[in-house]
Design a protein around this ligand. Structure first.
Ligand SMILES: *Cc1c(COP(=O)(O)O)cnc(C)c1O
Length: 428
């Protein structure tokens, strides 16, 4: 962290104060206030000796001397835009190392492959993002890596039961957890997963990696690394990018946990291009502001939905009953509810009617953009599950998922209200 990160040498500045400056030296770019886009595939090195040294560091034959890498070589390995984006993103979780990727899935796949080998097992929370589910259960199984879902994500005993089962099947190498879950906002105990990983090390002499997909609340409202996770993974496509105009991912954590991930990234080739890195730098300047505004809107909408006589259950982080285990977890590991919720309209017919009646909110999958998006999980993002699996997970045919954006909250509530009135009207 540079001198610019301290105020009067006393305390660290908040991430939002550093998003405009950290990790970028303007004197190296003619005083340009914003980092230029380093639209280059390769970098010239000053001497043959330095070229040799850069390669030895990049290949791990020599320890790195510089902060991040031995030197700039080739954009699949590193690029100034990539490095600035990584350094800035790290600030939110105080991570030692960060790696950005060409998508959230590239980040997830690279982390898993970096830490798992044939014969290993993975414990994961369910439901998990559809791409992750397919990667674990349709692809990795063919490489002899088996995944064990946690039966009732959220309860501590379920986590331990899944871990014991995974150990009976092979070497337990990873906990891969999404918290809160999507779309029902169930929380999994991050510190509890860390304890289970330590306990597992005592039993089987191998300490599993705790990896948390932090896309839904992070990095503003949840920082898994502070609760003992080894790696925090992001689809930057969602809140961090924030404008539904880019695809990117990231993983961050200790140097030890991230070493194999950073080494594998250029081999699988999922590095992030300089132009998208530059878009991300722009997005990160307003990240805290956007997430705070969206969360404020979402909190008002969730309360309004909960009071609405035509709406069934509403699922939103922090809304679990006072004194419940879920509420306790929310208070311990989240500092805000985010802006993704779901609610039940009773039937697929009512859900479809409601979606088609919306005027301001748009029908689309994805989430975390400045615009409000709405979808029907059972026939879109969770359509890969069987009806039995969905009902086991509590995802009903009447469930609507809403990703609240940054519009004026009164306009959003008016839109939801007119759509609800229209459906309930046509039913009579
Ligand atoms: C979107 C998403 C992903 C995948 O990210 P991409 O950027 O689309 O590859 C992974 N996990 C969660 C929770 C997501 O919402």
């Amino acid at each position: 962290m540079g001198e610019d990160d301290r105020q009067g040498g006393k305390r660290k500045l908040h991430p939002e104060s550093l998003m405009m400056s950290h990790g970028y030296d303007a004197t190296l770019s003619q005083g340009s206030v914003k980092p230029p886009i380093f639209q280059t595939s390769t970098f010239s090195y000053p001497s043959a000796e330095e070229g040799r040294s850069f390669f030895d560091v990049a290949a791990g034959r020599e320890p790195g001397t510089a902060d991040v890498d031995g030197g700039l070589i080739y954009t699949r390995y590193n690029n100034p835009n990539m490095q600035i984006a990584e350094e800035r993103l790290s600030l939110f979780e105080d991570a030692e190392r960060c790696a950005v990727f060409s998508s959230g899935m590239a980040a997830i796949a690279t982390c898993v492959l970096a830490h798992c080998r044939p014969g290993d097992t993975i414990v994961y929370s369910r439901p998990i993002y559809g791409g992750t589910d397919a990667f674990l259960n349709k692809f990795l199984t063919e490489f002899g890596i088996t995944s064990v879902p946690i039966a009732n994500t959220g309860s501590a005993s379920a986590l331990h039961e899944a871990a014991a089962k995974a150990r009976s099947m092979g070497r337990l190498a990873m906990f891969l957890l999404e918290t809160p879950s999507n779309p029902l906002a169930r929380l999994t105990d991050i510190a509890g997963a860390r304890d289970a990983a330590v306990e597992s090390a005592g039993i089987s002499q191998h300490r599993p990696i705790v990896a948390i997909d932090n896309t839904l609340l992070g990095p503003v409202f949840q920082q898994p690394l502070r609760h003992g996770a080894d790696i925090s993974i992001y689809s930057l496509t969602k809140y961090v990018g924030g404008h539904s105009d880019l695809i990117a991912g990231a993983a961050m954590g200790s140097a030890e946990a991230m070493g194999p991930v950073r080494a594998l990234r250029p081999l699988l080739g999922g590095s992030l291009d300089p132009h998208t890195c530059s878009l991300l730098l722009r997005s990160m300047e307003t990240l805290t502001m956007r997430m705070s505004k969206a969360a404020e809107n979402a909190t008002a909408i969730a309360a309004w939905l909960q009071r609405h006589p035509d709406v069934g259950d509403v699922f939103f982080p922090g809304m679990a009953a006072e004194g419940s285990c879920q509420r306790g977890l929310y208070e311990t590991q989240c500092s805000g509810p985010g802006a993704l919720m779901s609610f039940d309209l009773g039937s697929r017919e009512a859900a479809f009617g409601f979606l088609d009646a919306l005027r301001l909110a748009r029908q689309a999958v994805s989430l975390g953009g400045t615009e409000t998006l709405c979808c029907h999980p059972a026939t879109t993002v969770l359509s890969g599950l069987t009806p039995e699996e969905r009902s086991e997970l509590g995802v009903s045919d009447g469930l609507i998922r809403l990703s609240v954006g940054c519009e004026h909250v009164d306009d959003l509530i008016d839109d939801l209200d007119q759509a609800l009135n229209k459906v309930m009207h046509s039913k009579n």
